[in-house]
Every structure is written in structure tokens, then in C-alpha cells.
Design a protein around this ligand. Structure first.
Ligand SMILES: *[C@@H]1O[C@H](CO)[C@@H](O)[C@H](O)[C@H]1NC(C)=O
Ligand SMILES: *[C@@H]1O[C@H](CO)[C@@H](O)[C@H](O)[C@H]1NC(C)=O
Ligand SMILES: *[C@@H]1O[C@H](CO)[C@@H](O)[C@H](O)[C@H]1NC(C)=O
Ligand SMILES: *[C@@H]1O[C@H](CO)[C@@H](O)[C@H](O)[C@H]1NC(C)=O
Ligand SMILES: *[C@@H]1O[C@H](CO)[C@@H](O)[C@H](O)[C@H]1NC(C)=O
Ligand SMILES: *[C@@H]1O[C@H](CO)[C@@H](O)[C@H](O)[C@H]1NC(C)=O
Ligand SMILES: *[C@@H]1O[C@H](CO)[C@@H](O)[C@H](O)[C@H]1NC(C)=O
Length: 743
């Protein structure tokens, strides 16, 4: 397909294939085999769910009471879209099942390390540190640092910079100052850390027990009061409290890699890739834990030649980085337990879904085009120095249409494009709307006001009438007039060749007069915006209904992007341009700003940005690049509105205006969607929560900063179809994980 699982890694990637968890009375050892993740509890007692072997993990880490596995994805076409998912299991020794939860989904993590309690990773693209399960950790102090490798201790994390210097963060006083100089590898124990120079010399700091050996090492595994190192000749040497040393039987064995946690050490034998572990009585007498462990390419990632200083986030970035750990995990793992439990029940299906999702999302965008620049809803200000709402007068018919309009209208007519459209007489429309009276007015569109009325033959229609103004300020006015004329012609041209059940249907127009009027089917349930933000008792208060609305709208936009020839970019996707008919089918409306896009895949349109604040693609706004991915961004904002019930721009608790993207995406990326869900909608059922989380990830993808990383509308439609199916499905997966929990 379009992406590859990492089955073998470039040596620069450092993911461990062996993990050790020490609890007060149990040790859980896990290892990745060629195609499986196996865990074993010493003594027996930790209940391990059978892990689905069709999920391929690239690395595992563990600490006290948790095990985390990384799933890595790479797009074959662009390394920048590589990404990772981290899933974790919380386990207990009292007979409870493991609890499953995704805790990360985002840019590719090059390295993942865990101490006893905390987990940290390095984001490949930025070399930035990202930590989890560490409420006290102040990540702001790491913001100016970029690392090529990291080591996580009990309450500190040390990183090696591109030039080989060491910096430590967290509770640094517990471990002391790192040595100065250039190093190629670092490792952390509980309260000590060590580094290797480029000459493989060992330097340690913090509270290290035992006598530092004089050997040269290529790899280190540090525990609590104990340490082991892999020598250049592949033999392991151990040292530490109470004269800790490697047992006789292993001293002549050659190891590919070693791992440690507190008292326990494990190594993979080179000769047959068996995993042997030592450090307590049970393990010392049961040396072989697993056979055929995947040899972790656990080599140092430093020097990493390509370290570049982190760049400041673009001012217009659509989403801020996830909240610092201190906010997001302020009460630790336990307060997430309810969500965890819900998610845990359906854990294995989640993984598959997530993977399916990734499989789907890497299609490349087909040619596209755009449209935007509409009026704003009350939350935003127009981007154009707009004065659209100013004149509410209703000029009479005399207004002369600019010649350009006439010309284009006659062109359109002569091309026969509009032949199936009805021509309405102005007289009929004036009568039906009582001279375009305020009573009939239902809203504003991109080129004028919208009126609702019943025609003589009983048809209910919506009439869009271009605003013309007789006021002065000639230059500006005439330019604005021209813009509106263009919007009008655009919409007529666009709609006259579009037929889709999720696009508002154009019935006809009024052409014999100088008025610019379009007549549409009337959709009795009004705009999505009204249902989300105005009506007190909207029927759209269920997750399946909301996902259905999203799917309908997505299909309409997909049609514009993929099936219209040439493709059309709407440019003004927002909840007030999504209308609902009497049977709650959603339809996309207002094509006044739409543009016909380039027909080849690579190009984009460049034009001055137009659209609605809060929905506008930052890339388009900033670079003036218009592609179908700009509509995808706006659609992502609509998805976030559907999930959160909040306006694209709204005020937070303190009355400060906030973008729904900035608010919701950080939580979604941490798989904490329950924090952003619309409270008016009943709490999702266990099968709904997965669908909702899935839509959340989709929305986050739609609003990524780089257009090329966003999914296409076809992928979005596919994903929403799955989400809707999931939502209405019976929770079949619920019984499975519980039945497998017995010993
Ligand atoms: C693992 O996933 C595959 C692929 O979806 C599925 O066919 C299989 O039944 C799953 N196995 C278990 C044990 O859940
Ligand atoms: C990691 O980053 C480097 C440098 O930016 C890049 O060349 C490489 O392709 C990235 N690897 C992955 C798997 O994304
Ligand atoms: C086991 O411990 C966890 C966490 O302390 C607790 O939530 C759970 O109810 C316990 N289970 C049993 C069977 O005691
Ligand atoms: C985090 O560190 C920054 C800079 O060192 C400091 O200004 C800030 O107050 C710290 N925040 C907390 C919560 O400790
Ligand atoms: C390590 O040493 C300290 C101090 O001697 C002791 O309190 C602690 O229990 C030791 N840890 C282990 C795992 O032996
Ligand atoms: C692997 O090698 C070890 C050490 O020689 C040995 O004890 C073990 O039986 C071997 N495993 C297999 C599957 O051959
Ligand atoms: C590891 O898991 C695989 C697949 O589930 C299984 O065939 C194998 O026996 C397991 N190995 C051990 C040592 O438990």
C-alpha cells in the first residue's frame, strides 16, 4: 500500500525490543519476537491478555505497573509523514486485568525510554523531548534543547545533544551534574547515570554503587544500585551494591543487547537470540525467558548527524503543542481510569481500527481547488476589509449590472451549461418574498442575502439575492461589486454542473433582470451552525447523528474535489454552510467563493486568501497556497465543532477568545477526547466512544499544519463510514478481552 510498517529499522532508530517491569512482588518481562509480543510474569500473577499478533510493534518499554509499545508508520513517499502510536497497558498483581490505553499518536518517535515511573520519547523531526506519566516534569525547560538520544532515570531525564554534550532535566539534584565533554551514548539507572565517550570510556555520575570497571563498553544497562555493561567483545560485565556481578554461567556468553530495570537485567544471546534474565532468585534459576527475540538494533543513536535546532512554531500554527505534562496528567494515571476502562474493554479492536485508519490516511491528494471568503458568523471578523453587512437597504431593480456580469451570463447561457436550470421572473420572486422583505430573510451568503419563500406552485425555495448598493465610495464599491458579481457567476457556473445529494440543489436563477438572484431547494432544518450553537433542543444530540451529518457533508465535499471536472475547491466550508433537510441529510451550500482548481496533482492556486476566520487553513492564509487540502482543514474544524459543541472561535472559561483547534487537538492527540466532548450529548456508550475517538483523530489529522499531511476527502469519507458503522455496531469486542484474562 502506501505505507510501510517498520519491520527493520535504519540503525539510527533506537527502539528496545525487551522490557522489564519491577513491582514490589512481581517482575514482568516482555519481548518482541519476529512477529509477536510475549510477556511473562515472575512469579505468575500478572494477567496478560493475548496480544494480537497481527499488530506489529516497533519497540517496547516498561516501568512499575505499566508496559508500553510503539507502533511506527512510515509513508513510503515522504518521510515527514512518518508517525507513531504508543499504546500502554496498566497491570496489577491483585488479579485485575491489564488496562489498555493509547497514550500517544503523533509524529514519529525515534527513541522511547522509560524509567521506573516515567516515559520519554524523542520526536524524530524536531529532536524534541516528549514525556508522559510525569506530572511534575517541567517541559518548558526543555524547550530550547534538542537531543539525539535520551536516558530516563527515576525522576530525571538526560539527553545527549548533537555535539555530544549531556544535559539533564527533572529533579537534577538527585543525580548531580553530568560530566562535561563529548559522549556517544548515555544510560540512566534509578539514581545514577553513565555515558560512554567516543573512545568507549565509561563515565558515571549520581549515586553509583560498586567499583566502576575499567573495561571499554559499547552499551550500558543501569538498574538501582546495580549496573551492567556490554563490552566491545560482546561479553557482559556487572557491578554494584553487595559486590553484584554476573553469574558464572553467563560470563562467556556473547550478547547482542542488554536491558535493566531496578534489580533485574536481561540480555539477548547472539548465538540463538534467546532472552536470558538475571538479578533475583527466580530468574537466576530460570535463565531463558523467551526464544527467538527480535534483535533490537539497540545501538547508540549518536552522533546524529542531522540535528538541527528546533524552530519556533509558526505564529499561525493551527494547534499549540499538547499541554505540558503537568496539566494534562495532573492527577496521574489513576484519574483517567474511567476512560481507560471504557477504552480498555475494546482495546484490541481499537488497535486494528487505528491501524486501518493509518492505512487509509496516506493516500495522496488528487487535484483540487478551493473556495472561500464568505461572511463570518458572529464569532469572526471578515478578512477582507469587509463592509458586507453594512447596507441593509433593498435597492430597486434599476441597478445596472456591470458589463462583465452580463458578458459572463450570456457566455454561460450560450454554452448551454445552465440549460436545465429554470429561469424565474423577477416579478414572481418579488411577489413571493414580499419585495425581499426582512420577514423572509433567513441569512447571509457569500454574495448577498438569503430569503425563504413559497412559490406560486407551492414549492418552498431559498432565494439568494446579490446585494447591490447605490452608495458612494466609488472605487471600493465598484471593486466590491465586481467581487460579488464574480461570486454570483461562480456559484451559478459551479452549481449548474453539479448534482449530488449532499450538495444544495440549484433550481434556477433570475437572469432577465439586472438583479442577480439564485433559487435553491429549501432545506427545512436550517444550518448545522444553528443546531450546534443556537437551538436549545436540537435533535442532533446523539453521536451517531452527528457522525452521520459529518459523513454527509464529507461526501458532498468529496464530490467537489474528486468528481467534479475540473475539481472545485469550496473555500468556505463551515458549519453555517452545511444545511440540513427535513430528513436530516446534510448538504453543503454556498459556492460563491468556490474556485476551479488546477487539474494536475502538484499545483495549487495562489490568490489572496478569503474564507472565514476560525476555519481558514493557516497554510493557505500564510502562503496563499490553495489546494483541496484547505477545504480539508475547514472540514476538520467542523468536525471539532461537532465533537465539542464549541464554535470555531469561542471564549474560554476566562472569557479569552480561543480557537477550537487549539483547545481540542492537544487532548485528542493524548487520547483524552472525553475532555472535549460536547456535554449536551449523552456520554458515549462503550462502542460509541471508539467511534468518537476515531473521528477525533480524523479531525486532528484534517487540521495539521502542513496541507500535504492532511487526509483527502475520500479518506475522510471512508473513515467516517467506519466510524458510523462502529457507532451503530454491537460491542462485540467487549467479551473477548475479559475471557482471555484467566491464567
Ligand atoms: C487479530 O487481528 C486479525 C486481523 O484483524 C483478526 O483477524 C484476528 O482474529 C485477531 N486475533 C485475535 C486473537 O484477536
Ligand atoms: C527522521 O528524521 C531524519 C532527519 O530529519 C529523516 O531523514 C528521517 O527520514 C526521519 N525518519 C523517519 C522514520 O521519519
Ligand atoms: C486491584 O488494584 C486496582 C488498583 O489498585 C484496583 O482498581 C482494582 O479494583 C483491584 N482489583 C481487585 C480484584 O482487587
Ligand atoms: C518551569 O520552568 C520555567 C523555566 O525554567 C519556569 O519559568 C516555570 O516557572 C517552571 N514551571 C513550573 C510549574 O515549575
Ligand atoms: C539501593 O540502595 C539504597 C541505599 O543503600 C537502598 O535503600 C535501596 O533499597 C536499594 N535498592 C535496591 C533495589 O536494592
Ligand atoms: C540458546 O543458547 C543458550 C546458551 O547456550 C542455551 O542454554 C539455550 O538452550 C539455547 N536455546 C536454543 C533454543 O537453542
Ligand atoms: C510467544 O508468542 C507466540 C505467539 O503467540 C507463541 O507461539 C510462543 O509460544 C510464545 N513464546 C513463549 C516463550 O511464550
Amino acid at each position: 500500500m502506501f505505507l510501510l510498517f517498520f519491520s527493520s529499522f535504519p540503525s539510527i532508530i533506537s527502539h528496545s525490543t525487551v522490557s522489564i517491569s519491577e513491582t514490589s512482588d512481581h517482575t514482568l518481562i516482555c519481548a518482541l519476537g519476529p512477529s509477536f509480543l510475549n510477556c511473562s510474569s515472575f512469579p505468575a500473577g500478572i494477567y496478560i491478555p493475548r496480544l494480537n499478533s497481527s499488530v506489529s510493534y516497533s519497540g517496547i518499554v516498561a516501568g512499575e505497573g505499566f508496559l508500553c509499545a510503539l507502533i511506527s508508520f512510515s509513508s513510503s513517499s515522504s518521510s515527514s509523514s512518518s508517525s507513531s502510536i504508543m499504546v500502554c497497558w496498566r497491570f496489577f498483581t491483585n488479579g485485575s486485568n491489564m488496562v489498555y490505553k493509547r497514550i500517544y499518536r503523533g509524529p514519529f518517535l525515534r527513541e522511547l525510554q522509560a524509567g521506573n515511573s516515567h516515559i520519554c520519547g524523542l520526536v524524530n523531526a524536531t529532536n524534541r523531548l516528549h514525556c508522559w506519566q510525569w506530572p511534575e516534569f517541567n517541559s518548558t525547560s526543555a524547550q530550547n534543547l534538542s537531543f539525539c538520544s535520551i536516558a530516563v532515570g527515576e525522576d530525571f531525564v538526560c539527553g545527549l545533544s548533537g555535539n555530544g554534550n549531556i544535559a539533564c532535566l527533572g529533579n537534577v539534584s538527585s543525580v548531580g551534574d553530568p560530566p562535561k565533554g563529548n559522549f556517544s551514548m548515555i544510560a540512566a539507572g534509578f539514581r545514577h547515570a553513565c555515558a560512554l565517550t567516543f573512545d568507549n570510556e565509561l563515565h558515571c555520575w549520581g549515586t553509583m554503587e560498586g567499583q566502576k570497571p575499567q573495561h571499554k563498553f559499547k552499551l550500558l544497562a543501569l538498574g538501582e544500585n546495580r549496573s551492567c555493561g556490554l563490552r566491545l567483545n560482546d561479553r557482559v560485565v556487572c557491578w554494584g551494591q553487595n559486590n553484584f556481578s554476573l553469574q558464572e554461567s553467563l560470563r562467556e556468553s556473547s550478547f547482542a543487547t542488554i536491558e535493566a530495570k531496578r534489580n533485574i537485567f536481561c540480555g539477548v544471546l547472539i548465538q540463538n537470540r534467546s532472552l536470558v534474565c538475571w538479578g533475583n532468585e527466580i530468574l537466576d534459576s530460570n535463565l531463558i525467558v523467551f526464544e527467538k527475540v527480535r534483535p533490537g538494533p539497540y545501538t547508540s543513536t549518536c552522533p546524529y548527524s542531522d540535528i538541527t535546532p528546533p524552530v519556533a512554531g509558526p505564529a499561525l500554527a493551527p494547534s499549540s503543542p499538547p499541554p505540558a505534562p503537568e496539566e494534562s496528567t495532573s492527577s496521574g494515571w489513576s484519574d483517567k481510569m474511567i476512560a481507560c476502562l471504557v477504552v480498555g474493554c475494546v482495546g484490541s479492536s481499537v488497535l486494528l481500527l487505528t491501524i486501518g485508519f493509518f492505512l487509509l490516511r496516506y493516500y495522496k491528494c488528487k487535484g483540487c481547488r478551493v473556495h472561500d471568503s464568505g461572511p463570518l458568523d458572529e464569532t469572526g471578523a471578515p478578512l477582507e476589509q469587509g463592509t458586507r453587512q453594512q447596507q441593509q437597504q433593498h435597492p430597486q431593480i434599476e441597478q445596472a449590472a456591470p458589463p462583465v456580469l452580463e458578458k459572463r451570463l450570456s457566455q454561460l447561457a450560450s454554452m448551454g451549461n445552465a440549460s436545465h436550470l429554470e429561469e424565474f421572473s423577477l416579478q414572481l420572486l418579488l411577489e413571493a418574498t414580499n419585495n425581499f422583505s426582512e420577514d423572509h430573510k433567513v441569512g447571509e451568503g457569500s454574495f448577498g442575502s438569503v430569503y425563504r419563500c413559497t412559490l406560486g406552485d407551492g414549492r418552498e425555495v431559498a432565494i439568494k439575492r446579490a446585494e447591490t448598493s447605490s452608495t458612494s465610495s466609488y472605487a471600493v464599491e465598484s471593486r466590491r461589486q465586481e467581487e460579488k458579481d464574480n461570486a454570483f457567476i461562480n456559484e451559478l457556473e459551479t452549481l449548474s454542473r453539479l448534482h449530488h445529494k449532499n450538495l444544495v440543489r440549484l433550481l434556477g436563477f433570475c437572469e432577465d433582470c439586472n438583479e442577480r438572484v439564485l433559487v435553491y431547494e429549501y432545506l427545512s432544518n436550517g444550518t448545522l451552525h444553528n443546531h450546534l450553537h443556537k437551538l436549545q433542543n436540537s435533535p442532533l444530540m446523539s453521536w451517531p447523528k452527528r457522525i452521520k451529518v459529518a459523513l454527509d457533508a464529507a461526501r458532498g465535499i468529496e464530490y467537489l474535489h474528486e468528481y467534479a471536472v475540473p475539481p472545485i475547491i469550496h473555500r468556505d466550508i463551515k458549519s453555517s454552510n452545511i444545511l440540513l433537510d427535513s430528513s436530516w441529510t446534510a448538504k453543503v451550500s454556498d459556492f460563491g467563493l468556490s474556485l476551479t482548481g488546477p487539474e494536475d496533482e502538484e499545483s495549487h492556486l495562489s490568490l489572496s486568501a478569503a474564507g472565514t476566520v476560525g476555519y481558514m487553513d493557516p497554510e493557505y492564509y500564510r502562503l496563499q497556497l490553495l489546494t483541496t487540502k484547505s477545504d480539508v482543514y475547514s472540514f476538520g474544524v467542523v468536525l471539532l465543532e461537532l465533537l465539542s459543541g464549541m464554535k470555531a472561535i469561542h471564549k474560554n472559561e476566562n472569557g479569552v477568545p480561543r480557537n477550537v483547534v487549539d483547545f481540542a487537538v492537544p487532548y485528542i492527540e493524548q487520547d483524552e477526547i472525553h475532555r472535549v466532548l460536547d456535554k449536551r450529548v449523552p456520554t458515549p456508550t462503550p462502542h460509541e466512544i471508539e467511534a468518537v475517538a476515531y473521528v477525533g483523530f480524523l479531525a486532528a489529522d484534517c487540521v495539521t499544519f502542513e496541507g500535504q499531511d492532511r487526509p483527502s476527502m475520500t479518506e475522510i469519507v471512508n473513515n467516517l463510514e467506519r466510524a458510523l458503522a462502529l457507532c451503530s455496531a454491537q460491542p462485540t469486542s467487549l467479551s473477548r478481552s475479559t475471557t482471555e484474562s484467566s491464567k
